[in-house]
Design a protein around this ligand. Structure first.
Ligand code: AMP
Length: 515
């Protein structure tokens, strides 16, 4: 908030020098943690260069773990969003959009991708997705990596494949591109790749996709894939089981922890299991400080922050929780990003952190505050009883329903059968048990309010497969970029709740009283 007026003045035409010594080359739109309006974050040529070297470093570390991964191609699904022009003439865009348009991308990473630049730069995400998948399938024997920025994009890609594989096969079989692909860039690019009918390839893809179970579909379609590459920690961890299932158990590599404001750290152990991933801070990326976050006995972030002074990078303590504060090359001074991290170790003197949660993503009724981490842990426990029944939780969200007194927390779960796309048969007793496990896993404050009657029984709404895609479409229509979309663990918008309600196929409650 202190810096915002300066950035606004620059966006309105004043010189960058009112805030920083260097020239701003672009304003970045951050989806950040506020969940609302994107913020404008300055970027300079130097800060962009630094970011590129962090990405490169992370990529090198990952490639070192997989022999022969230099040889093939990457099926990376990338998307952009239109840029905006500010009154100063400076462009404002998402970092990913800016990056995909640079020469660094064109002459670097893009050379190893199956997707051509024109399909990535297509502003219609649906046409772009179709063409990127088509080029990926046409080159299926060369693909050694499957990935994107965040796991949410890959979850979306798999759903798209489920809906469009027949049409993709038809394009490959006939050699003709579907006529709804009208974007000139896509058409042009595809005319160079989809050059002839290929019945044999179409038949083999069809045979794989016709299988009732899609377990391991990614490695079946792209047999040389060695790993899946995307951010899978924090709010993305809800997609771990989905990607493990469709990926047939190939490693999930979560390479980097960064934001529009700054890069923070890279994963030096790419083969770590998703829930064990730590990021080693890159001390020369920005000036980092850490605000100690109080945690009570149950490991829940306290509402009031400790009065402790921020500590420097070299003075954080193992096992403690901190909120990261950053001073960047591009004009941010002691800026709190809103992410809570836990120190898990050190690499030389540089600390390694596990991502814990976004600080302001909380479910709240009265004095109870259930954080993103509390919610995720509780749901991960509860979903275990669905697994033996062949039911998969593909994604979830929640909101605090205070329209009634006392209010209650409502969970939305998208469920599907592992072996098919059929709607699972929902046994009321088991679903109620899920509600109980979630409530039991919440902290002391929640349970005492629930027992005392200040919070009503938890409600679980099951929605049909694909409902969360509509939620993503909604946020994308509001300006969020697909490439930087973070699934909202806690909904604040009534419209968003409405969208999920429209896909509801069953609702269940905890028992009225908590024993
Ligand atoms: P954006 O503003 O779109 O750049 O989003 C940045 C935010 O995404 C960060 O502040 C984090 O909350 C989240 N994020 C980025 N990288 C990771 C990661 N590796 N693990 C968990 N969350 C992440």
């Amino acid at each position: 908030e202190d810096i915002k007026p300066y950035i606004d003045r620059i966006a309105n035409g004043e010189t960058s020098s009112i805030l920083l010594a260097y020239r701003i080359i672009q304003l970045l739109l951050s989806t950040g943690t506020s969940g609302g309006q994107p913020k404008l974050i300055p970027m300079t040529a130097e800060s962009f260069e630094k970011r590129m070297s962090d990405l490169l470093l992370s990529d090198l570390v990952t490639r070192k773990c997989f022999s022969g991964s230099d040889e093939g191609k990457s099926l990376y699904l990338y998307f952009i969003k239109p840029e905006m022009e500010t009154p100063s003439g400076l462009k404002a865009s998402f970092f990913t959009t800016f990056y995909f348009k640079t020469e660094s991308f064109k002459n670097g990473l893009a050379k190893f991708c199956t997707s051509t630049i024109d399909t990535i730069l297509c502003l219609d995400n649906k046409q772009s997705m179709f063409c990127q998948l088509l080029t990926g399938l046409l080159q299926r024997d060369e693909v050694v990596r499957f990935g994107s920025t965040f796991a949410s994009v890959l979850a979306r890609t798999i759903k798209f494949l489920e809906d469009y594989w027949r049409e993709l096969c038809c394009n490959i079989r006939t050699g003709y591109l579907s006529d709804w692909i009208i974007d000139p860039g896509c058409k042009n690019a595809m005319s160079l790749i989809l050059t002839r009918p290929n019945r044999e390839l179409a038949d083999s893809i069809q045979q794989i996709c016709e299988d009732k179970s899609w377990e391991g579909i990614i490695v079946k379609l792209w047999p040389k894939i060695k790993y899946i590459h995307c951010i899978i920690t924090g709010s993305m961890s809800q997609y771990v089981s989905l990607l493990e299932f469709y990926g047939g158990g190939i490693p999930l590599v979560s390479p980097i922890y960064n934001s529009s404001e700054s890069s923070f750290g890279i994963n030096l152990k790419p083969l770590s299991k998703p829930f064990d991933v730590s990021y080693t801070f890159l001390p020369n990326t920005a000036y980092f400080e850490f605000l100690p976050v109080g945690k009570d006995g149950e490991g829940k972030a306290q509402e009031t922050w400790t009065d402790d002074e921020p500590v420097d990078l070299a003075n954080v303590k193992l096992g403690r929780y901190y909120e990261v504060v950053v001073t960047t090359l591009a004009g941010l001074y002691r800026y709190t990003v809103g992410d809570v991290l836990k120190v898990t170790g050190f690499y030389n003197k540089s600390p390694q952190f596990q991502f814990v949660e976004r600080r302001n993503v909380v479910l709240s009724i009265d004095v109870d505050k259930t954080t993103e981490e509390d919610l995720s842990k509780a749901i991960m426990k509860a979903k275990l009883i669905l697994e033996p029944l062949g039911i998969m939780l593909t994604t979830y969200s929640s909101y605090a329903d205070t329209s009634l007194t006392p209010g209650r927390y409502v969970l939305f779960w998208e469920l599907k059968m592992k072996c098919s796309n059929d709607l699972p048969k929902l046994d009321a007793k088991i679903m109620e048990q899920c509600c109980c496990i979630v409530e039991e896993s919440f902290d002391f404050t929640y349970k005492s309010h629930r027992k005392g009657g200040a919070i009503s029984a938890l409600e679980l709404r099951v929605v049909k497969h694909g409902t969360f895609d509509e939620l993503m479409d909604f946020y994308v229509s509001k300006g969020v970029s697909v490439a930087q979309y973070k699934p909202p663990s806690c909904l604040k918008s009534e419209e968003a709740v409405k969208i999920l309600n429209s896909g509801m196929v069953g609702k269940f409650f905890s028992p009225k009283t908590m024993f």
